[in-house]
Design a protein around this ligand. Structure first.
Ligand code: CMC
Length: 466
């Protein structure tokens, strides 16, 4: 382990102790019992409190500030593990052994290389697109790449092509002696397609392709946005190091790699949050997992969800200096504005992810000494103090994962429009793990609405309507 990364591990362990001390008095969670469906629960608007499914993937305890993946405390995973191990854990339910991890990493190397997808993506005006729509588009193109590969493997054979009267078809190329005219549309044999799993819906292999490949798409989107050509992943680098490398074009230091790795671990899964729910809803229709992940990306984009990390940075820049925090905050409070990066549906304690990301941001700032990022951090600290003293006391509103993540990414040289895509790169592992689990006992999602409209409306012809 690199000397400086040991200091990061120590920092996380210290944070873990502080968290345990501060939330030690909160009631312990009820032990899970065998679940008997249907379940009775109180449901609020936005499905608050609703139980949608049973899961062993992860657990969030809002009172204690716990985040658990497959039984492991996220603090321990951040201190000792890697994103590759954590993705394996989420997907398959246990930490990998040596040979399993080696095989998993080899697959990640293979699936990070998606040249056709990147070529296709580069043909679109990515520079003018929203980064999250480009990312979602890239995820769909990955499906297309898979589709083409299968088609390539499945070459037409003599006798399977249709014959035609060549003279009756306008030809752009001269016949080269083929026995039969060959039509693209005749290449596909529908029965063989489904038998070969050309539309598999969801499977572990596609899950791995998505965990590995969405990072490459994010890297390509970043480069294309800056007017540069995408860079191939480096098979000798970890997922975290590759992500920084593919975005910035620079090899990260051991500290930068470790911090990105921790950020990826922290964002990997988080209960049935909005984007995970969106992913599950799409998967539950037996649509395919690439579409499902695309809808997860779309849901994550919103400023109330993953999009908050970009908004936080704009807000901190907008405030401009720690001496301006008081007046800015009073004004925002008077207008009843939401403060980006604060509050959470589940956490009524300090978000454990922010507990780690705040000190990591501080650590990076000390290392880098970048005055611009230092100023952002100072503003963030002053704002946090103000919010905790007011909203924290009144409504248990604390910083969430998005409050410090942007400062961390800025210190790593990552542009702001990549913050939410990086969140998605990590969350893919949670999305696909939960989809695979849900599909074992799939039931299409179909909640109801309370109808509060009228009945017996009289249909009027258009000229009589007011
Ligand atoms: N700033 C000011 N007031 C807030 C905030 C905030 N950030 N968050 C909640 N409140 C107040 C809200 O005004 C409401 O007050 P009242 O009861 O007086 O009307 C009360 O707290 C409950 O808020 P809510 O919006 O009903 O709570 P929710 O559980 O529906 O929403 C939330 C959770 C995350 C959408 C919300 O806290 C929020 O909008 N935060 C800002 C955006 C943000 O940082 N999002 C990232 C969430 S964490 C990571 C992720 O999911 O991506």
């Amino acid at each position: 382990m690199h000397e400086n990364t040991k200091a990061i591990t120590d920092l996380i362990l210290k944070v873990r102790e502080k968290s345990r001390q501060e939330t030690g008095n909160e009631p312990a969670p009820e032990m899970p019992k065998p679940i008997q469906w249907p379940i009775q629960c109180l449901v609020g608007p936005g499905l608050e409190g609703a139980i949608a499914c049973e899961s062993k993937v992860g657990y969030v305890n809002g009172a204690k500030g716990w985040l658990v993946y497959r039984g492991y405390d996220v603090f321990d995973l951040c201190a000792y593990s890697t994103f590759e191990e954590v993705s394996y854990l989420l997907l398959y339910g246990q930490l990998p052994g040596n040979s399993q991890l080696k095989a998993f990493k080899e697959k990640m190397v293979k699936y990070r290389s998606i040249p056709s997808t990147i070529r296709l993506l580069a043909n679109f005006p990515v520079a003018t697109m929203n980064t999250m729509s480009a990312l979602s588009f890239g995820a769909s193109l990955m499906k297309q790449e898979l589709f083409s590969q299968k088609q390539d493997n499945y070459r037409f054979e003599n006798g399977r092509t249709i014959s035609a009267d060549e003279d009756s078809i306008p030809m752009e190329t001269r016949p080269r002696g083929e026995e039969h005219a060959i039509y693209e549309f005749n290449r596909l044999d529908k029965t063989k397609e489904s038998a070969e799993g050309l539309y598999p819906g969801a499977d572990y292999e596609s899950s791995l392709r998505l965990i590995a490949g969405v990072a490459s798409v994010a890297g390509a989107v970043a480069r294309l946005k800056q007017g540069n050509l995408p860079i191939d992943s480096d098979p000798n680098l970890s997922h975290a190091a590759n992500l920084i490398y593919m975005i910035t074009g620079k090899y990260p230091t051991a500290v930068q790699e470790r911090i990105m790795d921790i950020a990826l671990i922290l964002h990997a899964d988080h209960g049935i949050n909005a984007s995970t729910f969106a992913t599950l809803v799409v998967a539950s229709t037996l649509s395919d997992i690439y579409f499902a992940v695309g809808s997860g990306i779309a849901a994550l984009n919103g400023p109330l969800h993953g999009g908050a990390n970009e908004q936080v940075l704009h807000m901190l820049k907008n405030i401009g200096g720690s001496d301006r925090v008081d007046s800015w905050y009073e004004n925002a409070r008077a207008k009843k504005e939401k403060i980006m990066g604060f509050g959470h549906r589940v956490y009524k304690a300090y978000d454990p992810r922010a507990r780690i990301l705040g000190p990591l941001a501080e650590y990076l700032i000390k290392e880098n000494d970048d005055p611009e990022v230092k100023q952002l951090f100072d503003v963030a600290l002053a704002l946090e103090k103000k919010v905790i003293a007011t909203l924290g006391v009144e409504k248990k509103i604390f910083p969430n994962v998005d409050f410090y993540s942007g400062i961390v990414y800025s210190s790593l040289g990552i542009p702001v429009e990549l913050f939410t895509p990086i969140f998605a790169v990590s969350r893919v592992s949670g999305w696909v793990s939960r989809v695979m689990e849900y599909l074992e006992h799939n039931r299409i999602f179909r909640p109801r609405a309370m109808y509060s409209g009228s009945f017996n409306a009289e249909y009027l012809p258009i000229e009589k309507r007011t």
